[in-house]
Design a protein around this ligand. Structure first.
Ligand code: SF4
Ligand code: SF4
Length: 156
């Protein structure tokens, strides 16, 4: 399957050479590995603040491609979809998946070998078993009160 993110023409290992605030828009977008895990609904414990991941996916997530079905106009359908930026990543770290490249780069950790920027293909994310391909249920099909029946461990 072709990579929907344009990762062409980028400086090799740019993420190791710049701080995240210096990344261009294209570089920032290219960091996304397409795992789909940030598009899962989460449950947050009011008291402990602990976040549990569920396999109940946002209505726009395509379970096969692990991509947003309407990325460019998604806020028309999902107004509260978060736009992750260098300036707000710190406040969102508490829920960002462990393998997410934005977390890894922010924490100055290396990307995994299966990351498309390392492997050269988006297929390796699925082959490594770290994406949500074939693992989600749509939020259309699960009542909010039943999300806790679908809590999962993050595939890593
Ligand atoms: S969790 Fe991170 S790497 Fe995975 S799809 Fe979301 S933004 Fe991209
Ligand atoms: S609107 Fe798109 S990008 Fe936002 S959570 Fe839903 S599927 Fe993901």
């Amino acid at each position: 399957m072709s990579d929907p993110i344009d990762r062409s023409g980028l400086t090799p290992r740019f993420w190791e050479k710049k701080t995240i605030s210096k990344l261009t828009r294209k570089e920032w977008e290219a960091l996304c590995d397409g795992c789909g895990k940030c598009c899962l609904n989460k449950l947050e414990d009011d008291e402990s603040g602990e976040v549990a991941l569920t396999r109940v996916a946002c209505r726009l997530l395509d379970d096969e491609t692990c991509r947003c079905g309407q990325y460019d106009i998604r806020h028309q359908f999902v107004p509260d979809c978060i736009v992750l930026k260098p300036s707000n990543i710190a406040e969102h770290l508490y829920w960002i998946p462990e393998t997410c490249a934005y977390r890894l780069v922010y924490e100055r950790k290396p990307l995994f070998d299966w990351h498309p920027l390392i492997s050269g293909t988006a297929d390796t994310v699925h082959a490594a078993g770290v994406s949500m391909r074939g693992r989600t249920v749509s939020e259309f099909d699960v009542a909010d009160d039943d999300w806790e029946d679908h809590i999962i461990d993050e595939p890593t």
